[in-house]
Design a binder for this molecule. Structure first.
Ligand SMILES: Nc1ncnc2c1ncn2[C@@H]1O[C@H](COP(=O)(O)OP(=O)(O)OP(=O)(O)O)[C@@H](O)[C@H]1O
Ligand SMILES: [Mg+2]
Length: 363
């Protein structure tokens, strides 16, 4: 979902929109980027010419809110230096998004839909319409109405990202909620089912619910991979290297073996906290959508670096009763000359958002 229209006056003319861009996923402590170069033939194929991870100083962002525009811009400037790109597509944090669904009459012109929605913002989100940027997607047709999904951000949230880009010398040609970008990377383009998207990262776990490719719900759980590390350090000691903790998470994780029961139990305690939070959201969703069988969640798609935790998909499948799989983040990338993904699978889960952004080649 592009938030571009919301501030069309500040961005380049439409022909620029089709230019290749770098997908940039901004988290609180780091930024990841992915650069695709398109090759135009009978169909478009892509070469992957750059990707990487750049640290952001602690405190520069707080749960998606930019406290220090300059520090974020310095990280973005490194993306420009490393890739040579001047156009970027940037993900926006789920923590700061408000999403709601509403209906408009069939046949309403697009410009009128926009003004109708503007009037309705106040009943749905705690931001005054003057302080809000919003965008919408028409999701389904019900009787004589169109169902519309609306995503809203505080103007200040987006302007901070916009200014950081400008300071860094890059032009943002699109902003998109993280979960919507993950959907583009991991689901078939014509998928018409309902899924939960879970981005199990480092500082937090993002939750999105998508129906027929449209994002209808987001929320955030304030537990991520760093909680797993913190818990393990209480048992293994403070001087264990983070790389060793990652190794244990990914090779032992939630699978019991003789000798590692303490680590197993502590990891399980953290992950069961996340599971309980997910269960609450599933219950909320299924209660809200109880009369629509098509809105029942069919599967959970897991992404983010912490999706590597061994046994986590089996654990969620069993305890939540919904089949959980790791996202196939390259499934929609037509590689140029049948190239293969440029990184090992375990590194790729954290790049789902950047891949989805880079795939959004035309607005
Ligand atoms: N192979 C791996 N590569 C990267 N991270 C891994 C890997 N295996 C496990 N992890 C864990 O994944 C977490 C990083 O995930 P990710 O890169 O998705 O987080 P992030 O996007 O930086 O943070 P946020 O939670 O703010 O979105 C770390 O806690 C790390 O221990
Ligand atoms: Mg992340």
């Amino acid at each position: 979902m592009s938030l571009l229209q919301s501030f069309a006056r500040m961005v380049p003319p439409p022909t620029f929109m089709q230019l290749p861009s770098v997908g940039v996923d901004v988290s609180d402590t780091s930024l990841k980027y992915m650069q695709f170069v398109p090759h135009y033939g009978r169909t478009v194929t892509y070469s992957i010419t750059g990707w990487g991870d750049i640290d952001i100083p602690i405190g520069a962002l707080d749960r998606g809110h930019v406290n220090d525009v300059k520090q974020l811009s310095q990280a973005l400037a490194q993306v420009r230096e490393r890739t040579g790109a001047t156009f970027v597509r940037v993900s926006l944090p789920e923590e700061r998004a408000y999403i709601f669904e509403t209906e408009v009459r069939i046949g309403t012109p697009l410009s009128e839909i926009r003004s109708q929605l503007e009037f309705r913002l106040e009943e749905h989100v705690p931001i005054s319409p003057r302080e809000a940027f919003f965008d919408f997607q028409i999701t389904t047709e019900v009787n004589n109405s169109l169902s519309v999904s609306v995503v809203v951000y505080a103007r200040e949230t987006i302007m901070n990202y916009y200014e950081a880009c400008q300071l860094a010398g890059v032009t943002p040609i699109g902003f998109e909620v993280e979960a919507q970008a993950i959907v583009r990377a991991t689901l078939p383009p014509d998928d018409d089912k309902t899924h939960m998207i879970i981005d199990f990262g480092k500082t937090r776990t993002g939750v999105g619910i998508v129906h027929a490719g449209h994002l209808l719900y987001t929320s955030t759980i304030d537990i991520g991979g760093s909680e797993l590390s913190k818990a393990m350090r209480r048992i293994l000691g403070n001087d264990v290297a983070e790389s060793e903790l990652t190794r244990i998470k990914n090779t032992e994780g939630l699978v019991t073996r003789r000798g590692n029961t303490q680590v197993y139990e502590i990891l399980l305690a953290v992950v069961s906290g996340i599971k309980d939070e997910i269960a609450t959201r599933l219950q909320y969703w299924h209660t809200r959508e109880h009369d629509l069988e098509t809105r029942r969640i069919q599967s959970i798609i897991l992404c983010g670096g912490s999706a590597n935790l061994k046994g986590v998909t089996e654990y969620f499948t069993e305890t939540l009763g919904i089949p959980t799989v790791r996202g196939d983040v390259w499934r929609n990338v037509p590689f140029h000359q049948h190239a293969v993904p440029p990184m090992e699978k375990r590194f790729s889960y954290g790049y789902a958002t950047t891949i989805g952004l880079a795939l959004k080649h035309t607005v």
